[in-house]
Structures are given as C-alpha cells and as structure tokens.
Design a protein around this ligand. Structure first.
Ligand code: NAP
Ligand code: HSE
Length: 439
C-alpha cells in the first residue's frame, strides 16, 4: 500500500482481511491499490491488507496484483483471528460459511464489511445481535444497489424523517435482461449469459431471475426504513424468468414500461413488501433506467420524493461501496447495526391484501359472450375494468385481450383470474402484473 502524505503519523495503519477475491473482492483490492493515497488521506489511516482468503488457492489469478500473491490463503479461520487486522471484509457470498466467518470476526472484536445481502436478509437478526453484543459495526452499503448510497441515505441523511415508501429497480441483472430483450432483441438466455460474463449475476443466477436477490435487498431496506423484521415469507416475489417480450409491447400501448420493481410501502395497516415485474408510466424517470443500472425512489414526510440512481451491480461500483464502508470504519464513523427505529415492530400486510391496479393478458377464443364472461368473473370479485384492448382476429381464432383494471387486492385479482382460467374459452394461463402510479 502507498503511504499517504496526509495520513497522520500518529495513527496506526488499519489492517484488513479480505475473504473472497472474485468479482467484488478482486476489485476492492484494485481500488485500495489504485486509490491508496486518497483513501489514506480520507481515512486518516493507511489501509493495509493482511490476508486475502480464497476457496481454491491453486486457481490461476491473472488479475490479482503480484504484491497480493503472498497474502493468499484458504484458511479463513486463521485469517479472521489475526491480531494485526481490525476489519474483516466478507466478500465470498453464500450463507453458511459467510455467517460463521462474520460471527467469528465479531467475536474476535473485528468490525465487518459485507456485500452479502442474502445472508443479512435471512440471518440479519443473528448477525446484527452479534454485532451489537461485540460493540462492532457490520457495514453493508454494497449489499443493496451497488454503488448507490441508499443504506447511508436511509440511516443518516433521512434519519430525522419518516419514510413512507421506497420503490425501485434493485436487481441489475434483471433490468439488464429486460432492457436487452426490449431494446436489442436479445433472447432471455443470451441476455442472462451476458450478465454472468460481466459479473452482474449471482453465482446462483436463479436468485436474480426469480426475484430473490431483489427481495433480499428490499428486506434490508425495510429494516432500515421502517424497523421491519420481515422474512422472505413476507414478500410476494415474482422474477423475470417467465417474462414475455410481448407484455412489454402490450404495456407500451397503454403508456407503460415494465420493470422489476421492489417496493416497501408504509400503509395505515402496516408495511407492504413486494418484488414483481410492474408497469410504470413511461414518463416516470424510473422507466428510463436501463441495463444494469438501478434507481430507488424514497418518499418521506419532510424531504418529499428523492431519487437515487447508479450502477446496481458490477465489480468496481460495488467495490467503491465496500471501500467507502472501510473508510467510515477507519474514521470511527462505522454506525452500529440498527435494530429498528426504537418504535414497536410494524405489522406486515399479508400478500393477498396488498392492493394495486393491475394489467391482465388473457388468451381467449374469439367467440360471442367471451368478454361478458370475463367481465362477469371480475365483477364477482368487485374488480372494475379501466381499459381494454383486443387485436383484430377472426371468429373462433385465438386472440390476446389486454386489460387494465382498477385497484384491487392481489387476493381478489388471483381469484378472478382463476375463474377466468376455468372458462372453456380461455387458452392457457392469464398473465398479470401490478401497475405502479407514483404519487
Ligand atoms: P465471486 O466472483 O463468485 O467471488 C467469490 C470469492 O469468494 C471467490 O474468490 C471465492 O474463491 C471466494 N470464496 C467462496 N467461498 C469461499 C470459502 N468457503 N472460503 C474462502 N473463500 C471463498 O462472487 P462476487 O460476485 O464477488 O460476490 C461476492 C459477494 O458480493 C456476494 O455476497 C454477492 O452477492 C455480493 N455482491 C456482488 C455484486 C456483483 O455485482 N457481483 C454486487 C453486490 C454484491 P475462489 O476464487 O477460490 O473461487
Ligand atoms: N446480482 C446482483 C444484481 C448484484 O444483479 O443486482 C448486485 O447486488
């Protein structure tokens, strides 16, 4: 590491151990080396890497700087105990070893920086309790929305405000896939492969395309914004795996774009959480967020609407967030894990009770009475039709009908759909997506 001219001589260096030298860990090492002087100046301490832990020590690591070769080890247990390291960077991903590693570090009195949203979303209570007991921070800016400082924003910038709603695009892989399908005519499979090559996708990409990664992130956001201790079971999740390009085209006819939207909304009766492909007005800034970019809208009582945009995935944007957390810890600013807002835990609204206007796509036989039967099934659930579109077709042929319906609970929408799917003139499954109309 370069020694900074500005680093006060009286301050000892900050020793760190990095577990994981893949997409994120490798780039953290690059940033620490390339930007050492600035980082030292801003930290007030030189950051010194004591060990780099990997799973397979034999693997060829062409991108790793030669200076780092001597620091490589596959023994995380020993690395975590090093007396010359104050901070552990957990950048290996996965749940069980990562959890053990973080717990061992906290027990050994180390601060922790992690990008592991899956772990924090599923074991947050245990990890944050351990952090609290150890009196050490677990910093996780990189876990949500790559380089967008949304954790800091919720924890610090909006600390005096009351957040009503957080809604955004927080999975870069899914957004890249939707954009590539819509704008470049790329197939789903090719788009997914591209995200894997660029290091955006999780090592298990089903987390991205089935919405789990966005759900992990919205759980972390809901914990900070509302003090909600929700689990994956509290979030209705639909990913982009089965998404069809024609639904983007149909939505466009009504002035909407389709985005995988994650939402955490405070209602009178509790907190509503969801991750679903969602229609957003094409005129809204969120609709123009393309590729692996993320954007998050926060609506709060005093600040009103604030919007945050940036690279949601990828090596260097994520590394920038990790390094910023290290600097915070070096400065003594690493805020302790938050356990809520000091208010009673908010209740969570069951998925079936969450309400929104919806888009429906039905494939039907073009026959007399078909529309009346569909309208009747919806009316039985008290669902009112707002708009309807049907392409030209010949009698008896299959045709798509697109409907926008007024606000209704998810439970009622699904009951109505079930009835429609049982009608003999309906062909295949009905596709539905909520519509987000921003205030
Ligand atoms: P990655 O490229 O697969 O790298 C994982 C690294 O961890 C590899 O160096 C691997 O060692 C090491 N590792 C895995 N299991 C290990 C074990 N049991 N013991 C020691 N080392 C182990 O993953 P990544 O994309 O960098 O992601 C890392 C974390 O960052 C994940 O939690 C991910 O969700 C999160 N994240 C990623 C992004 C992104 O854009 N990629 C963005 C935000 C957050 P080998 O090299 O020997 O295989
Ligand atoms: N796989 C994640 C994404 C990485 O695509 O958004 C960033 O968290």
């Amino acid at each position: 590491m370069l020694t900074s001219f500005f680093a006060p001589a009286s301050q000892p260096p900050l020793g760190i151990v990095i577990v994981g030298a893949g997409t994120v860990g490798g780039s953290v090492l690059d940033v620490l080396r390339e930007n050492a002087q600035t980082i030292s100046a801003r930290s007030g301490r030189n950051i010194v890497v004591r060990a780099v832990v990997v799973r397979n020590i034999e693997k060829a690591r062409t991108r790793l700087h030669p200076d780092m070769a001597g620091l490589l080890t596959d023994d995380w247990q020993a690395a975590v105990q090093r007396p010359d390291a104050e901070v552990l960077l957990e950048l290996m991903g996965g749940e069980s070893t990562a959890k053990e590693c973080i717990q061992a570090a906290l027990t050994a009195g180390k601060s922790v920086v992690t990008a592991n949203k899956a772990l924090l979303a599923t074991c947050g209570d245990v990890i944050f309790d351990a952090a609290h007991a150890a009196g050490k921070p677990v910093a996780y800016e990189a876990a949500v929305a790559g380089c967008i400082p949304i954790i800091k924003t919720l924890r610090e910038a909006l600390a005096g405000d009351t957040v009503h709603e957080v809604a955004g695009i927080i999975n870069g892989t899914s957004n890249y896939i939707l954009t590539a399908m819509e704008k470049d005519g790329v197939t789903f499979a090719d788009a997914l492969e591209a995200t894997q090559k660029m290091g955006y996708a999780e090592s298990d990409p089903s987390l991205d395309i089935d919405g789990g990664d966005a759900a992990h992130k919205i759980l972390l956001i809901a914990r900070l914004a509302f003090g909600a201790h929700a689990t994956m079971n509290d979030v209705p999740v639909v990913g982009v795996r089965d998404f069809k390009l024609r639904d983007i085209r149909y939505a466009a006819q009504f002035g909407f774009c389709v985005k995988l939207l994650a939402q955490a909304v405070r209602r009178d009766n509790g907190i509503e959480l969801s991750v679903q492909p969602t229609l957003v007005p094409c005129t809204h800034p969120i609709a123009s967020v393309d590729g692996a970019m993320n954007a998050i809208l926060v609506r709060s009582a005093y600040a009103g609407e604030t919007l945050y945009y940036g690279a949601g995935a990828g090596a260097f944007p994520t590394a920038a967030a990790v390094v910023a957390d290290v600097i915070d810890i070096a400065r003594g600013n690493g805020a302790l894990a938050q356990h809520g807002n000091g208010t009673p835990l908010p209740s969570l609204i069951p998925a079936d009770d969450c309400s929104a206007p919806h888009f429906l796509r039905l494939r039907v036989l073009d026959m007399p009475g078909v529309l009346a039967n569909i309208a009747s099934a919806l009316a039985q659930q008290n669902i009112s039709i707002e708009a309807i579109h049907q392409n030209e077709s010949a009698p008896g042929q299959e045709v798509d009908i697109i409907m926008l319906v007024h606000e209704a609970s998810r439970g009622k929408i699904f009951s109505g759909i079930k009835q429609i799917e049982n009608q003999s003139t309906t062909v295949g499954a009905v596709v539905t997506m909520p519509i987000k109309r921003f205030l």
